[in-house]
Write a protein that binds this ligand. Structure first.
Ligand code: ADP
Ligand code: MG
Length: 313
C-alpha cells in the first residue's frame, strides 16, 4: 500500500472511532490469526452486580454487608465496587427510606456507616486483605483463602461451585480467620460479544479468552459467547505469557483488553487493541484504541487492514 493509502485508512478508522497508532500496526492486523480477549470489562460489560449474599454464621446480614463493604471500600476492582454498591443499596433501600432518599446519600454518608479499616492491600488475581478492629479480613477467591491458611468446608465449596456453573464469580469472606460468608457476582456479556466471535470465526480468525477468574466461571462465560479456547486463573503477569505461547509458531496474535492487568499482554501482542473506556495504561500499551467500546470494531480494524493491503499481497 502507498503512504497515501495508509493515511486514508487511518482516517477511515478514526472516523469510525478506531484509532490506529501507525502504519505498522495497520499492516499487521491483516495477518491476525488469533484474537485473545480478556474477559472482565472486554467481553463482559465490566459492570458487576452482586446477585447473592450468604452468611454462614449467626452474624446479622446487614452487619456482614457492612463488614465486606468496608473492606472493599478502597478497592478499584469491579468486584469490590459491586460489593460496596450492593451493601449501600441494602442499607438505604431496605429501611423505610424512599428511592430518592437513597440516591441523595452522597459519598460522605457512606463513610458514616463504613467501619475503620487499616493496612488495606489489593492482592492481584486473588482479592484484598485489610484489618478491622485489629482482626484480619480477607475478601477474594479460593486461592486467597487457601494461601492464608483458611480451609473451605464442603458446604461453602458447593455453594461457590453452583455460582460458578451459572457464570458467576464466587467471592469468599473471612473475618478473624473464620469463613463467615460468600457472595455471587454476575457480569453480563456485552450485547455484541457473541456476534463478533462468530464473525471472527467466519473470517478465519480464532478467538481465545484469557482471564484471572476461575476455570468454572470462565468456561461458563466462554460457552455463552461461543469461545472454545479458554485460559483461566491466569495471574496478571501470565497474560503476556499466554500471548507469547500463541506466537511461538510465528502466528500473528491480537490482544483485546481494558485493564492495567492487560497492558503487558497488549504490549506483547503483535496487535494490541485497547477498549477506549479502559484504563490509561492499557490504552498506552495498545496499537489500536476502540473508542466506541464496541467489540464490532475488532472486526472493523482487521477488515480495514485487509482492504488496505489486499492489492499488494
Ligand atoms: P480478570 O482477568 O477477570 O479481570 P483479575 O486478575 O482482576 O481478573 O482477578 C482475578 C480474580 O481475583 C477475580 O475473579 C476474583 O476472584 C479475585 N479478586 C480480585 N480482586 C478482588 C477484589 N477486590 N475482591 C474480591 N475478589 C477479587
Ligand atoms: Mg478486564
Amino acid at each position: 500500500a502507498t503512504p497515501t493509502a495508509v493515511m486514508v485508512a487511518t482516517g477511515v478508522g478514526a472516523n469510525n472511532g478506531v484509532l490506529i497508532k501507525g502504519g505498522d500496526a495497520l499492516e499487521r492486523a491483516q495477518k491476525v490469526k488469533y484474537v485473545i480477549f480478556d474477559k472482565t470489562g472486554t467481553l463482559t460489560q465490566g459492570k458487576a452486580t452482586v446477585t447473592t449474599a450468604k452468611v454462614f454464621t449467626k452474624l446479622d446480614r446487614g452487619d456482614f454487608l457492612t463488614l465486606v463493604a468496608s473492606a472493599e471500600a478502597s478497592s478499584e476492582h469491579p468486584l469490590g465496587k459491586a460489593i460496596v454498591e450492593y451493601a449501600r443499596h441494602f442499607h438505604f433501600f431496605d429501611d423505610q427510606s424512599s428511592d430518592e432518599d437513597a440516591q441523595n446519600h452522597s459519598r460522605e454518608s457512606i463513610s458514616r456507616w463504613l467501619l475503620d479499616v487499616s493496612d488495606f492491600s489489593a492482592l492481584p488475581g486473588r482479592g484484598i486483605q485489610c484489618f478491622i478492629d485489629g482482626k484480619r479480613v480477607l475478601v477474594g477467591n479460593r486461592k486467597l483463602l487457601i494461601e492464608s491458611g483458611i480451609a473451605i468446608p464442603d458446604h461453602v465449596e458447593n455453594f461457590v461451585v453452583e455460582l460458578e456453573e451459572s457464570a458467576k464469580t464466587g467471592v469468599l469472606v473471612a473475618y478473624d480467620d473464620n469463613l463467615i460468608g460468600a457472595l455471587g457476582v454476575a457480569d453480563p456479556l456485552k450485547r455484541e460479544a457473541a456476534v463478533v466471535v462468530e464473525g471472527l470465526v467466519k473470517m478465519g480468525v480464532r478467538p481465545v479468552m484469557v482471564t484471572g477468574d476461575n476455570w468454572r466461571t470462565a468456561r461458563a462465560v466462554a460457552k455463552e459467547v461461543g469461545i472454545r479456547d479458554v485460559r483461566a486463573e491466569v495471574m496478571p503477569a501470565g497474560k503476556a505469557e499466554v500471548i507469547r505461547s500463541f506466537q511461538k509458531d510465528g502466528s500473528i496474535v491480537a490482544m483485546v483488553g481494558d485493564g492495567i492487568n492487560d497492558s503487558p499482554a497488549l504490549a506483547a501482542a503483535d496487535v494490541g487493541m485497547a477498549i477506549g473506556a479502559g484504563t490509561d495504561i492499557a490504552i498506552e500499551a495498545a496499537d489500536y484504541v476502540l473508542m466506541r467500546n464496541n467489540l464490532e470494531d475488532v472486526i472493523t480494524a482487521i477488515d480495514l487492514s485487509r482492504k488496505t493491503f489486499a492489492r499488494i499481497r
